[in-house]
Each structure stands twice: as C-alpha cells, then as structure tokens.
Design a protein around this ligand. Structure first.
Ligand code: FEO
Length: 405
C-alpha cells in the first residue's frame, strides 16, 4: 500500500485496522477503523500523529512511509495532536528507533509524554499561535482544541495548503481500504461512513460536544481546504460536509435540533414487557413517526447510543429485575448519563413480577438529564386490555410531542 499525496509536500498514510478487538476496549468495530497519520516535508520532515501497533498497523505504516522516501528512523519531528494510545502507543518503540526525533505537543500533551510514556528528552511544548518551520516555506501552525477528545488535544494547520490535521475531530469508524479521499467514495459508501461517523461521535466525542462547538468557532476563520483527521476519510473535495455534520452532532447534545424520530430500546425477560411495547409501537406507527428499535443486551450499546443520540425521543421498555432496573438497560442509561444525552422526550414502560422497583432507580438515574417524560406505564405480569390501550395512547402521545418539536 502506498501513501496518498494530498499535495506535493503532504501525504496521508493510514492503517486499516480490522480486528475483533474493541475500540477503547469498549466499542465494537465490525467494519474496522483507520489510524491516519500525515507526512509533511520541507527541508525537515514531520510526521503528524502516530498509531498503536494494532492488527498490522505498523507494517502498513512502514510500507507507506517508504513510498514517500522516509521512515520512522528518518523523521525529524513527531507532532502529537492527541495522546490517546490509539495514536501514541508506538511512541516508546519509535523513540528507540529514532532517538533524535523531536516530539511536539501542547504543554498537557508533553506532560503526558513524560508521565504516561516515561519519555523525558526531546520534547517541545507548543500553544495556540505557535508554529513550526520545516524549511522550504512549509510552516505548521498549532491550535489548542482541548477535549476533542482529551484535555491535551490540539489541531495542526498547514496554511500554505489549507490542510487541517484534526486527529479525533471529524473522525469516523470504518476501515477505508485502499482509498482515503472523499471524492473516491460512492454515495452509498458515504452513507455507510456517515452512520459510522455518527456512531463514533456518539461513542467517543459526545461528552465533549460543548468543546466541539467552541473549536468550530475557533477554527471557523481558517482558510481550510482539506480536513485530514486521524480516523476515516480525508476530505479534500467537500470538507464542509464533515464540518457541518460535526456541528449538527454537537448541537444534538446542547439543545440544537434533533431528528424527529424515536429510538426504542427494550429488554424483556419472558415477553410481557415486549407485549406492552408492541402496543406502544402501534401508537407510534399510528402517528407515522419514524423509529429505530434495539433490544438489549442483544444489540451492543455502541449502536444503541448512535440512534438514541440523534433521536428527539426515547422509549425505554424494561422489566423490574430484583427490585431494580433490568441490568442491560441500566448499562445503557449509565452511558446516556456519561455521554450527557440531555433534553430528550421519554416514555418508560415495563412489567414487574412480584413487586416493582425499576421506577425508583430509573428516576434517580435520569434526574440530571432533564428529560421531558410522558407518564410511565407499569403492570404486573401479562398486560391487560386496558393496559394495552393505555400503552398505545402513551405511544401516540410521545409521537405527537416529536411532531410538535
Ligand atoms: Fe483516536 Fe481519542 O483517540
């Protein structure tokens, strides 16, 4: 595999990571992910962002670095926009192979190089407004963009070519294969990567949406021609597409318009909660509001998060389990809390066996999320005809609220 030239002086190299291992040890990546880095050449050579040695990634990097006449041993500067180990775990080995490489990051990033990787020499701190002159007119500028995704994060800008190296920002799950540029993918492929970028955002970035909005404001005045993230597609034809997509995602978590749809999340031990849910869905369908539906724990929470994140309303259907919430739903709600899924409309329903209890734990769990809840419905065992009629009406009520937004 060869590197992909963005300009005469800048090339993208990427590793297609296809593995059964989970991203961050949590999130399934059935379609893989890419680790992208960038080689920038003046008189000196910089490598922007690194990788971890993962599913053959370093072999792929070696081959592509060689295709542009360089190697880990030859680079002069390593610019670390972000220290999470998907981009840095190879750092210790790189330092062994290339003791003279200067490692450049924000003050917090350099502190992490020292404290996390125990590397003490050859470090340079940069802040917003600082620049690195590579010679031959090639200068890289730095912009601190904290919390996209960790506090030390920055982005690097090549003003000459208008390339923004954004690391996690504007990234996506999904292996790319041999192609990297947005204009090389079909509309069907873009639809796939759009779903994977939403899932990536909901899983990885959502908690930090306020910082995404701040960064978009900060970077808005830059003459950006290319968005070069460290996961996923390199946007050279239509960078505005991924920027506006991220602005929309950030707004989902800060009161902006969500999609007029419902995400139904359900679990059922013996089918009685499911019977009640079917009545709710009949009500939603009668109001002709689109919905996605996920059963837990059968569907991994990663995918639930993506649909729940963009939806304006949620149905949470679960039985009481040992005086508390059905545990797989408790896990999902815990993630909603951690990812700050605020301001949803919600309907909770569920069956109980010998006594309830899910209600109390649920209400405690969502207290900080400021959800606008339709009156919940609970019943013992099999739902009665009256229960089912009420459930259908509650489904209609939730759907009408979505339509009124
Ligand atoms: Fe791709 Fe936050 O690391």
């Amino acid at each position: 595999m060869h590197a992909h030239a963005i300009t005469d002086t800048v090339s993208a190299i990427h590793a297609n990571v296809e593995t059964t291992a989970r991203f961050e040890g949590i999130w399934p990546i059935p379609h893989g992910v890419t680790l992208n880095s960038y080689v920038v050449k003046g008189d000196k050579t910089a490598l922007i962002d690194l990788a971890k040695d993962w599913a053959g990634s370093i072999d792929q990097f070696n081959e592509q670095l060689a295709s542009v006449g360089t190697s880990f041993e030859k680079i002069d500067y390593l610019i670390l926009n972000h220290l999470e180990p998907d981009h840095t775990a190879f750092l210790v080995e790189l330092r062994k192979r290339n003791p003279r490489v200067e490692i450049i990051s924000t003050p917090k990033g350099v502190a992490m190089v020292r404290n996390f990787f125990k590397i003490a020499e050859g470090l340079r701190e940069v802040k917003t407004g600082d620049a690195l002159d590579l010679g031959k007119g090639k200068t890289l500028e730095f912009f601190e963009t904290p919390n996209i995704h960790w506090p030390e994060t920055m982005m690097t800008f090549d003003r000459e070519d208008g390339i923004l190296f954004s690391c996690d920002g504007f990234g996506s799950y999904g292996s790319l294969g041999e192609r990297v540029f947005d204009d090389e993918f079909t509309s069907e492929e873009h639809a796939f990567y759009e779903r994977e970028s939403l899932r990536y955002y909901a899983n990885i970035v959502a908690s930090f949406s306020a910082f995404v909005t701040k960064a978009l404001d900060k970077l808005g005045s830059l003459p950006i021609k290319v968005i070069a993230p460290s996961h996923g597609i390199v946007w050279r034809k239509n960078p505005g597409e991924i920027v506006s997509r991220y602005a929309k995602y950030a707004a989902y978590n800060s009161g902006g318009a969500r999609e007029k749809e419902i995400c139904v999340i359900w679990g059922s031990m013996y089918g009685y909660t499911k019977q009640g849910l079917d009545a709710v869905i009949a009500g939603i369908e009668a109001e002709k509001v689109p919905y996605a539906i996920h059963q837990v724990p059968d569907t991994d929470a990663s995918f639930v998060l993506a649909d729940a994140f963009k939806a304006s309303a949620l149905v949470i259907a679960m039985p009481t389990y040992e005086y508390k919430m059905f545990p797989p739903m408790a896990h999902v709600l815990d993630l909603f809390e951690r990812k700050h899924f605020v301001g949803k409309k919600a309907l909770r329903i569920g069956s109980w066996g010998w006594v309830g209890g899910a209600k109390k734990e649920y209400e405690e769990r969502i207290a900080g999320l400021k959800w606008d809840s339709v009156e919940s419905v609970e019943w013992q065992g099999i739902p009665t005809a009256e229960d089912l009629a009420t459930l259908t009406e509650r489904g209609r009520e939730l759907a009408r609220l979505v339509k009124q937004e």
